[in-house]
Design a protein around this ligand. Structure first.
Ligand code: RTP
Ligand code: MG
Length: 139
């Protein structure tokens, strides 16, 4: 089934110069980029995005990190792209991420783990709508 998902190249990924490499991996898997822009979130905007995690002990640190510099936000489109993107990203903790995944190759920390990807159709819908309106999504 053709799906869409939200991908973010987090501030550490942008700062370390791996934007191109991450996008190359998506393209080489046949994933289509349906929307893309750079943003620099305020902490309040990051808190809204990660509201599901607001009770977690890492919430303050995570939203501070996500607002520490520019991110690339993208809508990816393709067959089973929600799961496929999660596979390309690797586990949250880079030490547990499978070899060859983005996090195994580039993450430096459990928090500074280079990429975000929606984890289900419902979260994808919320997350895409958080950053993009219909005019920004190209057919
Ligand atoms: P994401 O939402 O960013 O795609 O990552 P994920 O699903 O693999 O992980 P999730 O459990 O949703 O956590 C969101 C982000 O919070 C940071 N984190 N820090 N210090 C910690 O123990 C901890 N655990 C998670 C990571 O940046 C993680 O990607
Ligand atoms: Mg998550």
């Amino acid at each position: 089934m053709t799906e869409r998902t939200l991908s973010i190249i987090k501030p550490d990924g942008v700062a370390r110069g791996v934007m191109g490499e991450v996008i190359r991996r998506f393209e080489s898997e046949g994933i289509r980029i349906a929307a893309m822009k750079m943003i620099h979130m305020t902490q309040a905007q990051a808190e809204g995005f990660y509201a599901v995690h607001k009770e977690r002990p890492f919430f303050g640190s995570l939203t501070e990190f996500m607002s520490s510099g520019p991110c690339v936000v993208m809508i990816l489109e393709g067959e089973n792209v929600i799961a496929k993107n999660r596979e390309l990203m690797g586990a949250t903790n880079f030490k547990e991420a499978a070899p060859g995944t983005i996090r195994a190759d580039f993450a430096t920390d459990i928090e500074k783990n280079v990429v975000h990807g929606s984890d289900a159709p419902e979260t994808a819908a919320f997350e895409m709508g958080y950053f993009f309106n219909n005019f920004e999504i190209v057919g």
